[in-house]
Design a binder for this molecule. Structure first.
Ligand code: NAD
Length: 312
């Protein structure tokens, strides 16, 4: 059984040649460090009589995973000392009603950051919702203005998941300059933005990036060239040991619920990496859960703090 945050040499079923001291990229630990730092900064703001960051979250319907994510975000706000407002809307809310709510939050000076938990019910345009949130309150970093600024290397709200990955790489001092980063997945919320962020001309960045997707024919050969692999495709245990080179850094973004009768909840959370067999090859790897997930929340908190501080 592996223990978090330690060097672990795997034995038994792997030939010695492939053994490698592997370190976990512990998202729980690093996200706590980020949140502790934010708490100190928030306490300082209070002492100085400045505004405390305020996040408004909109949760629609009764999606179990969305409930869990939003609850973690609200809990993190309270741990840090941020104000939070949770707005619950029925699954049959209309697009008009949601847009109305968003406009109210846009106009509310006290609200610094707005997030609408995705996915949205059928019939509501995700793009319209994303574009309605004021860019200055777009702490999820999905608005085209935020994305455009990020692409141009201007100060911007980075999308929370890729931003969290950067914070994790930075915390562990992982060398990225000149490395070949292979990103599997090209979604607007993970794959595409992380590919741009890893390619930028500063640390963590300066990678040569290859983005793979569902139409990439020679994915295995490309993955084998990766010094850093970001798996963000949503296919449980897709990345196998024969796709990963010795010493690679592997970041597993995937979160998929798969039925598991042995769990009280009835499901287990699976990442996109065959962790058991890939981990022994890696220099660093994220666990699932406890890797990218907590970092996404830490990054959202960083964005919310920045949104508030920008009003000073
Ligand atoms: P998505 O479905 O929007 O995009 C998946 C991408 O993977 C697509 O670009 C597709 O081309 C690519 N893809 C699919 N099958 C492929 C294959 N066989 N080979 C190569 N590429 C393939 O997903 P997403 O929103 O980017 O999320 C990806 C995963 O990350 C999901 O499991 C999601 O739950 C998880 N996620 C986790 C966090 C977190 O905080 N940890 C945040 C966001 C998403």
């Amino acid at each position: 059984m592996m223990r978090k945050g330690e060097n672990i040499i795997f034995g038994c079923h792997f030939p010695r040649l492939y053994l490698c001291p592997m370190k976990l990229l512990d998202g729980k630990l690093v996200s706590q460090a980020v949140k502790d730092r934010l708490k100190t900064q928030t306490d300082e703001r209070m002492l100085q009589g400045k505004k405390v960051p305020h996040l408004a979250a909109i949760l629609i319907g009764n999606n179990g995973a969305s409930e869990t994510y939003v609850a973690s975000k609200v809990k993190s706000c309270s741990e840090i000392g941020f104000k939070s407002t949770l707005i619950r809307l029925d699954a049959d809310v209309t697009e008009q009603e949601l847009l109305f709510k968003l406009n109210e939050l846009n106009e509310d000076f006290d609200v610094d950051g707005i997030l609408v938990q995705l996915p949205l019910p059928k019939g509501i345009s995700e793009q319209k919702i994303i574009e309605t949130i004021l860019p200055s309150k777009d702490v999820d970093g999905f608005h085209p203005e935020s994305v455009g600024r990020m692409v141009q290397g201007l100060p911007a709200f980075y999308p929370a998941t890729p931003y969290g990955i950067l914070l994790l790489l930075e915390h562990y001092g992982i060398e990225t300059k000149g490395k070949h980063a292979v990103v599997i997945g090209r979604s607007n919320i993970v794959g595409r933005p992380i590919s741009i962020m890893l390619n930028k001309n500063e640390y963590p960045g300066n990678c040569t990036v290859t983005v793979c997707h569902s139409h990439t024919p020679n994915l295995k050969e490309i993955c084998l060239q990766g010094d850093i692999i970001i798996a963000a495709l949503g296919r449980p245990e897709f990345l196998k040991a024969d796709m990963v080179k010795h010493g690679a850094v592997v970041v597993d973004v995937g979160i998929t619920r798969v039925a598991d009768d042995s769990k009280k909840s009835g499901f287990a959370i699976k990442g996109d990496v065959d962790f058991e067999n890939v981990a022994p090859l890696c220099s660093y790897i994220t666990p699932v859960p406890g890797g990218v997930g907590p970092m996404t929340i830490a990054a959202l908190m960083m964005n919310t703090f920045k949104a508030c501080a920008a009003k000073d």
